[in-house]
Design a protein around this ligand. Structure first.
Ligand code: FAD
Length: 429
């Protein structure tokens, strides 16, 4: 029987949040036999679908960067331990470019300006700085910039988006908005997964026609229609075009609270492309242990019902996330890395995890806890040297970053994924 990637992989990636998905994408594109293992979908069902690169630095001054590359250059200079500083500007640029090409191949189109961040309005009506925006949200970015007249709609029974709140909160920045509550053409089931259900309903041409019929009478002078992100779990551009053709003006999606259709869409599109590229995706299984031989990792033991399965590889990337993803766990006294018990950079005492004020602009030290790495993104052992020659880290598990406050979530995941794969390739030579 021929060797499959599952029998003997080049690389095993543990985690299927954005960091794990991006690592697998870069590995497959580099021709590596790759197995990706995950227990859950990580933060993907929560994520907005926006790809932040760097919005804020330094966070204590809430300094916003219109040019993310200038911001990253400043960050690398000021914070040499930040994962971006480990990578350097050129690798970050390359990773970003290659990932956007990969997404296009996967059928998801993103929009943005190469040298500038974009601004859009969140579901709460607040402004958000980001870098790459799903094409279905882009008319909202341009509408805000040009202060176009827009109709913002929400739906009876939808409990996580209010058009009135959106319009009133953003009012001074975008005055030409009007809110309208509509009845979604199909009854909303329960209170969970409402946006997912709506997205499913818009898969059919009939669903889209019925929604267009509900919206059209309220259009009046509107040049645009904004609505919660429900334009299909797959092929959202086609759903948007069909609605636009029937309504007569561009429509745009507004990112919603979880579960997030654009986050699920991103996950689904990437996974389909990974399967086409030959990756083996092992889902719903926990990695229990990484076996090593001296300073080299050799295999990963996986849950397999009551038994275990062992997968071998030449290298391993840990993309197991933080507390939500399961890569870190907090006890009353300390923070632990859950799979290999690697040393975690963290405040000395639990009292120092949080500052007194929740919104303190310095952020909370606990959010910068994580794994310290060398320049090849290999985790450090207690002696300060790399723990294993062929073990790498990608994503939010890394120390010395606060992606929420710095607006660099996807950037961190994608660029460190690229860095980890490149480092594996370099170390294998
Ligand atoms: C509410 C929310 C909104 C966001 N909005 C944005 C945004 O607007 N812009 C932006 O750029 N980013 C945003 N992000 C962040 C973005 O999704 C990040 O990329 C993400 O937080 C980091 O992902 P990660 O892959 O490092 O970890 P996670 O997504 O947490 O993934 C960890 C993975 O590891 C797996 N795992 C852990 N331990 C094991 C084990 N032992 N065995 C097997 N599998 C294991 C988990 O099952 C999971 O698949 C948002 C995130 C959230 C939560």
């Amino acid at each position: 029987m021929a060797d499959t990637a599952r029998d003997k992989a080049d690389l095993i990636v543990i985690g299927a949040g954005l960091a794990g998905l991006a690592t697998t994408a870069f590995a497959v594109e580099s021709g590596l036999k790759t197995v990706q293992i995950s227990l859950t979908a990580g933060e993907m069902p929560f994520a907005s679908g926006l790809l932040d690169l760097l919005g804020i630095h330094p966070m204590e001054r809430l300094n916003r960067w219109q040019d993310p590359w200038a911001g990253i250059t400043a960050l690398i200079h000021d914070r040499p331990k930040h994962p971006y500083a480990r990578l350097g500007l050129e690798k970050i640029r390359q990773a970003w470019k290659e990932f956007l090409v990969f997404l296009q191949k996967a059928g998801l189109r993103y929009c943005g300006w190469p040298e500038s961040n974009a601004e859009l309005v969140t579901c709460a009506g607040t402004l958000k700085i980001t870098n790459q925006v799903p094409e279905t949200m882009w008319p909202g970015v341009l509408g805000l910039k040009e202060k176009r007249t827009a109709l913002i709609v929400d739906f009876e029974g939808l409990n996580n988006f209010s058009a009135v709140q959106f319009v009133e909160t953003i009012g001074s920045h975008w005055p030409a908005l009007r809110a309208q509550r509509l009845r979604f053409p199909y009854p909303l089931k329960g209170v969970d997964r409402q946006t997912v259900f709506m997205a499913e309903a818009l898969r059919s041409p009939q669903g889209r026609s019925r929604l267009a019929d509900v919206i059209s009478p309220f259009l009046k002078d509107a040049e645009l229609v904004g609505m919660p992100a429900i334009l299909g779990l797959r092929r959202p551009q086609a759903v948007a075009s069909d609605l636009e053709r029937q309504i007569g003006v561009p429509v745009f999606e507004i990112p919603t609270m979880p579960p997030s259709v654009p986050g699920l869409r991103l996950k689904e599109a990437i996974e389909q492309e990974l399967l086409r590229g030959g990756a083996v995706l092992v889902r719903g299984r926990r990695a229990l242990k990484v076996n090593s031989n001296g300073r080299r990792c050799i295999s990963v033991e996986l849950e397999a019902g009551l038994a275990k399965e062992t997968l071998k590889a030449r290298g391993i990337v840990l993309a197991t996330g933080r507390f939500l993803g399961g890569g870190l766990a907090a006890s009353r006294s300390c923070i632990r890395e859950t799979l290999m018990d690697l040393p975690v950079h963290q405040p000395k005492k639990r009292q120092d995890w949080h500052r007194q004020h929740f919104l303190d602009p310095h952020g909370h030290p606990v959010n910068r806890a994580g794994l310290e790495v060398d320049d090849l993104l290999r985790p450090l052992a207690a002696d300060g040297h790399c723990a294993y020659e062929n073990l790498f880290v990608a994503g939010s598990l890394l120390a010395h970053q606060d992606w929420v406050r710095m607006k660099c979530g996807a950037g961190l995941a994608i660029t460190t994924a690229y860095g980890a794969v490149q480092a594996f390739i370099d170390c294998s030579r």
